[in-house]
Design a protein around this ligand. Structure first.
Ligand code: DP6
Length: 340
């Protein structure tokens, strides 16, 4: 059997992708940074065959995920004409515990998309220029999970057409086309695990509820403004605006869930307890740090590396009390996927 192997990171969105149209196109430009420690490592093996797909995920074959991957592979066969004449064996492992309640679709689908693009190069013998290779991988990753479009790059990454960013596209993500202020190059993300259970409403179902959401148009307009303002804050190293926008996006995401039809709440009491403690301690200490939220109850605490020792006591003494078994994952901005 022939094989390729890629490791790809998870990412945390600062301006959220929430709502899509067409074939996995985002309703607003969004922006994230890639993590370093939370990764999926995927090995893809192929041989001549007739379109069979097997999946091993974290050492086990799971029917639910295998069915999703088979559908995905079928949905992209026009992009890879050779797929139906091959049998694929996909072996994926997350470096972060499955129970952490962290969405793995971004790292999983981006590592698989990178493997498919490398496989294509090996089979055809035609190599794309590096920038085109990653653009193609991002486009293919997007078709599996929108946020995965951003995980084929390291650092800060945007996805979605914006007048403010030349070269931006709804079809693929791209690294920011300007230099981010050096004060943001060392960003840390301590993930505070409030609840490890699988959330009751998936992101996929949440995106669907944006289609008829009463605030949808206002949200997309606001997200475009937040996107433009955040890119300026990143250029200038502007902490106050970074904090204001990132926290507004986190609460905005959850307010859209609460006000959709039917509405739902993914936040837990301890998510709110942590948010209140963060606000109070920031006021007292004047340390520029903030939180963001994914589509779940866990809190991502974002801060500069040089504030870590000052924040450590606050995290261990005050915030971990609200976490499940004092569970935390320490991560930071990463350099992107690696071919293994
Ligand atoms: C809240 O990328 O998981 O994390 O495209 O349906 O797979 P699908 O959705 P997904 O949505 C991510 C939503 C989010 C915000 C973000 O990452 O931008």
């Amino acid at each position: 059997m022939n094989k390729v192997h890629w490791q790809s990171p998870s990412n945390i969105a600062l301006v959220k992708y929430w709502g899509k149209h067409g074939v996995q196109l985002p309703s607003n430009p969004n922006l994230s940074f890639s993590l370093s420690e939370c990764n999926t490592s995927t090995e893809l093996q192929w041989k001549e065959g007739n379109g069979r797909v097997d999946l091993v995920l974290n050492g086990e074959s799971k029917e639910r995920y295998t069915a999703r991957i088979r559908d995905y592979i079928r949905s992209i066969d026009s992009q890879f004409p050779m797929l139906m004449e091959l049998d694929l064996h996909i072996d994926s492992t997350n470096t972060f515990p499955h129970s952490a309640g962290i969405a793995s679709s971004a790292s999983a689908m981006s590592s698989l998309a990178l493997c498919l693009c490398s496989m294509e190069e090996e089979i055809t013998g035609k190599k794309l220029p590096e920038d085109k290779f990653f653009q193609r991988a991002s486009n293919i990753a997007r078709l599996g999970s929108g946020s995965a479009a951003r995980s084929v790059y390291g650092g800060f990454v945007s996805w979605g057409k914006s007048d403010k960013l030349p070269g931006s596209s709804d079809k693929y993500g791209s690294p920011l086309p300007f230099e981010v202020h050096e004060s943001f190059s060392d960003l840390r993300d301590t993930i505070l695990i409030v609840d490890e259970r699988i959330k009751p409403v998936s992101s996929r179902a949440g995106h669907k509820r944006m289609a008829k959401h009463p605030y949808a148009q206002q949200r997309f307009k606001l997200a475009r403004k937040n996107f433009a303002d955040l890119t300026e804050a990143l250029k200038k190293g502007d902490d106050p605006n970074f904090i204001r926008i990132v926290e507004a996006e986190a609460l905005g995401l959850h307010s859209l869930m609460m006000s959709s039809n039917p509405g739902y709440v993914l936040l837990k009491a301890n998510t709110m307890n942590i948010i209140h403690r963060i606000r109070a301690f920031r006021e007292l200490s004047c340390i520029p740090f903030c939180y963001t939220l994914d589509a779940g109850p866990n809190v991502h605490l974002l801060y500069h590396d040089n504030d870590s020792s000052e924040l450590e006591e606050f995290i261990t003494e005050e915030l971990l009390l609200y976490c499940s078994d004092k569970y935390r994952i320490d991560d930071h901005i990463g350099t992107g996927p690696k071919k293994l």
